[in-house]
Design a protein around this ligand. Structure first.
Ligand SMILES: Nc1ncnc2c1ncn2[C@@H]1O[C@H](COP(=O)(O)OP(=O)(O)OP(=O)(O)O)[C@@H](O)[C@H]1O
Ligand SMILES: [Mg+2]
Length: 407
């Protein structure tokens, strides 16, 4: 059976002949809210970050660290390194909680493949290609100098991508990794290391290591911009030969709040609703259906955190409105807002003038365990700031408000 993901390009050419049922199936390959992008044709935007990785690869001794919020699209971008850079062997290692320095590097080295091509000239000229792995010492034998010795003998440029690096909590492993980066930077100009993980800053991901500051390019992966989101939706709908009303497109972008998985969720269900309605034009009623389905299919922890936060016989609506005011206050996407911003939005949402104390009370309560600590409070320059403990909640809060309107 043809692998639709891999051969998506071929399918697109054949699309003219697709019936409704085939399109319904293809939607699941194109809009993938629960899995990172693996097919370059489905990858959108991120030009700045791709260029930054390119620069790190080009500059000898440079390495990079890419950090961003949960679900920002880090793994998808890491996957694209396999396709984007010519004359480079890209190897992606997914880190896990149990990993040590030795175990991640053992997996990394095992992924290396030598490719040898013999040109055989006869009646016809053929390229005979042999691919074989390298010999890797046992896990206990792996040391920085051993790794250096192996890598020094490998011809050609290499990029090692250590994804989900936030899974590694051990300070010792982080320090060992930093020392390894320094060693590679000094002695192996054909090797680039890219560390990827959830973090608000580079220090949070790898710790403070002055020795590697100069050789580490810091790449922040922000949430998707409105333009990136728009390009992604229109490109993917074009594969399906479907269209969308402009105001619905804008609504999806607004609801998703920059989180690509919510863009995928909403588009997936809106496109399915339209096809079931025997039309290829997505309109408001399909969007409404998609909102309900997206709530149902959101992460369990997001749903649980939200319902605990707003739960109350009397104040449920108020807490939901305050949370919406928080989501709307975070206009620049930094996941940070203060009580004044929230009060202004809260007054707009409710159409009532509330006192400052009321908003302080609600924000304070939303930081408590009994309200699932949905918000986190911090002090910056003598001002109290708040943020969502799980940034994805920002999109969920908007979906819930829309649900209230349509139910
Ligand atoms: N550039 C992109 N173009 C289109 N879709 C994207 C893009 N980046 C991410 N996505 C989609 O967004 C969702 C989240 O992507 P991904 O898993 O790569 O994020 P992540 O930052 O690695 O998440 P986590 O923090 O949980 O590891 C997936 O549904 C993926 O298909
Ligand atoms: Mg990831």
């Amino acid at each position: 059976m043809i692998n639709r993901k891999k051969y998506l390009g071929l399918w697109i050419i054949k699309l003219q002949k697709m019936d409704k049922e085939s399109k319904l199936l293809l939607i699941d390959d194109i809009f993938t809210p629960s899995s990172p992008i693996e097919n370059i044709e489905l990858f959108s935007g991120r030009e700045g970050q791709i260029n930054a990785i390119k620069e790190a690869i080009r500059e000898k001794g440079q390495h990079a660290i890419m950090h961003g919020l949960r679900g920002a699209g880090k793994t998808s971008l890491a996957n694209m390194t396999l396709f984007l850079f010519k004359n480079l062997m890209s190897l992606k290692i997914t880190c896990n909680r149990e990993d040590t320095f030795n175990s991640v590097w053992e997996r990394a080295l095992r992924k290396i493949r030598f490719v040898q091509t013999d040109k055989t000239v006869g009646f016809i000229s053929t390229d005979k290609t042999d691919v074989f792995p390298i010999e890797v010492p046992g896990k206990d034998m792996i040391s920085p100098t051993e790794i250096e010795q192996i890598l020094i003998n490998i011809p050609g440029n290499m990029l090692f991508v250590f994804d989900e690096f936030d899974m590694i909590k051990s300070k010792k492993v982080k320090s060992q990794m930093a020392d390894m980066i320094k060693l590679v930077s000094d002695n192996l100009p054909h090797v680039t290391i890219l560390i990827v993980g959830i973090a608000e800053s580079i220090d949070e991901l790898i710790g403070e290591h002055p020795s590697i500051e100069r050789c580490m390019k810091q790449i922040e992966l922000p949430l998707m911009s409105d333009d990136e989101a728009k390009d992604m939706i229109l490109k993917n709908l074009a594969y399906l030969k479907m269209r969308i009303d402009e105001h619905v497109l804008l609504k999806i972008i607004d609801m998703a709040s920059g989180f690509p998985n919510y863009l995928h969720l909403l588009c997936k269900y809106a496109a399915k609703a339209a096809l079931r309605d025997n039309t290829e034009q997505i309109s408001l009623k399909h969007f409404d259906e998609a909102v309900l389905k997206s709530i149902e299919n959101s992460d369990y922890t997001i749903k649980k955190t939200y319902s605990k936060a707003v739960k109350s016989s009397k104040r449920q609506g108020r807490f939901a409105d305050v949370l919406l005011a928080c989501a709307l206050s975070d206009a620049n996407g930094n996941n940070s807002f203060n009580a004044d911003d929230v009060l202004e939005k809260y007054n707009q949402i409710t159409g009532v003038f509330h006192k400052k104390e009321s908003i302080h009370y609600h924000l304070g309560m939303l930081c408590k365990k009994e309200r699932s600590e949905i918000l986190i409070r911090s002090k910056k320059n003598n001002t109290t700031h708040y943020k969502f403990s799980k940034p994805l909640i920002k999109a969920f809060v908007k979906l819930k408000k829309h649900e209230e309107k349509i139910k």
